[in-house]
Design a protein around this ligand. Structure first.
Ligand code: ATP
Length: 350
């Protein structure tokens, strides 16, 4: 029996609700499959935990996480803690500390789900976000705090090694998809240094992948292409900030933030990778039992793929599609189903 150690961090808002639903589905899947078992440990790290203890991750916490095969993460963000404190307190120390440099974000309109675009069926993308440096490198500071001459700097950091490895990852992933098409997104007309280096390294790496079709767009132009000609895009590679924004757009165009998954990968597997829905804490619906768990289920499927259980991953995705196709939809998708009802329907479909 193959056994995987999973660290579950529900976090804030609807995070614990969707992670509980995700674990329920994973349990049903493991029981059905019979070939693998999940050993799950729960970590209470969240904003209430921070307000009580003064930290999100306790001393030795990251060290402890290293012993797991994967991290199943809900959301972080609270009305009682500034967003930059919660983000840098929990999610970023894990993603950056474990060198999860490849953030993979698929977007597709699932059966039964309505895209706000008339041509939404053309959406079948994977956005690859550089996840370890760039605009979120944490490089900057504030001088003359509170004075009229106060200065704030936020320096994007792009390293040749960091850029090359994300491009290589993107080409490898594009090569596994039928369209074999990769679009480079930067803003190298206005930003002449790091962005131009991104472009140059992309085309250097491209020489090693002659069978992959490439093109390039500026980040502003690609937003219009996503809306007007979604079928002309396949895999997109972009920096931390740009891909963060593009993937929220992609999620909305695919029907709802409630279905979009993401994987934070350390492709070399020196550290555990982290799997989470794209959405945040969603305070407006927290505790009401109506959070859409589909993003978390799709995320769980990506986790199984990464753990080396592709058959179970495919079966879970098929069950998700069967359920959305049959019209069991949560309110964000125009339906009336609760989190529990969607979860039970997916378990039954499995
Ligand atoms: P963050 O800054 O943490 O990314 P946010 O506050 O900008 O988060 P979300 O918390 O993701 O954004 O919520 C944005 C909107 O999408 C809210 O109206 C929320 O209710 C809705 N939403 C997000 N996730 C889900 C979900 N799983 N099910 C239903 N609605 C959701």
């Amino acid at each position: 029996m193959r056994e995987y150690k999973i660290a579950a961090i529900g976090g804030d808002g609807i995070g614990p609700e969707v992670i509980a639903a995700g674990l329920q589905v994973l349990e049903a899947l493991a029981a059905k499959d019979g070939g693998f078992r999940l050993q799950v440990e729960h970590f209470p790290w969240s904003s209430p935990y921070y307000l009580k203890h003064g930290h999100y991750i306790p001393e030795g916490g990251l060290e402890k996480l290293k012993g797991f095969d994967a991290i199943f993460f809900g959301a972080v963000g609270s009305q009682e803690v500034p967003d930059h404190v919660s983000l840098w307190g929990l999610r970023l120390p894990i993603a950056q500390g474990f060198d999860q440099y490849a953030n993979v974000r698929p977007a597709r309109v699932l059966p039964g789900v309505k895209s706000p675009l008339v041509n939404g069926q053309g959406i079948d993308w994977v956005i690859i976000r550089e996840n370890s440096e760039g605009e979120y490198a944490g490089n900057g500071g504030r001088t003359h705090r509170g004075l009229p001459i106060e200065v704030g700097t936020e320096t994007a950091v792009f390293t040749r090694a960091g850029v090359e490895r994300i491009h290589r990852f993107a080409f490898e992933l594009a090569g596994k998809r039928p369209a074999r098409h990769l679009t480079l997104v930067t803003k190298s007309n206005a930003q002449r240094f790091g962005m131009v280096m991104w472009d140059e390294i992309f085309f250097e790496v491209a020489r090693d992948y002659p069978d992959i079709r490439t093109d390039r767009e500026l980040v502003d132009a690609v937003t219009t292409r996503m809306v007007l000609k979604p079928q002309t895009l396949d895999v997109i590679v972009a920096t931390n900030l740009h891909a963060d924004i593009l993937s929220d757009l992609a999620a909305a165009l695919s029907g709802s933030l409630g279905i979009a998954p993401t994987a934070n990968l350390n492709p070399e597997r020196r550290f555990p990778s982290m799997f989470e829905p794209i959405h945040g804490s969603a305070f407006d619906i927290t505790g009401r039992g109506i959070a859409n768990p589909i993003a978390t289920f799709w995320t769980a499927s990506m986790m199984l793929e990464h753990l080396g259980e592709p058959a179970a991953a495919a079966r879970l995705l098929a069950a998700i599609e069967k359920v959305t196709g049959s019209g069991v939809l949560s309110p964000d998708l125009g339906g009336k189903a609760t989190t529990a009802e969607v979860t039970l329907a997916v378990c039954a479909a499995l």
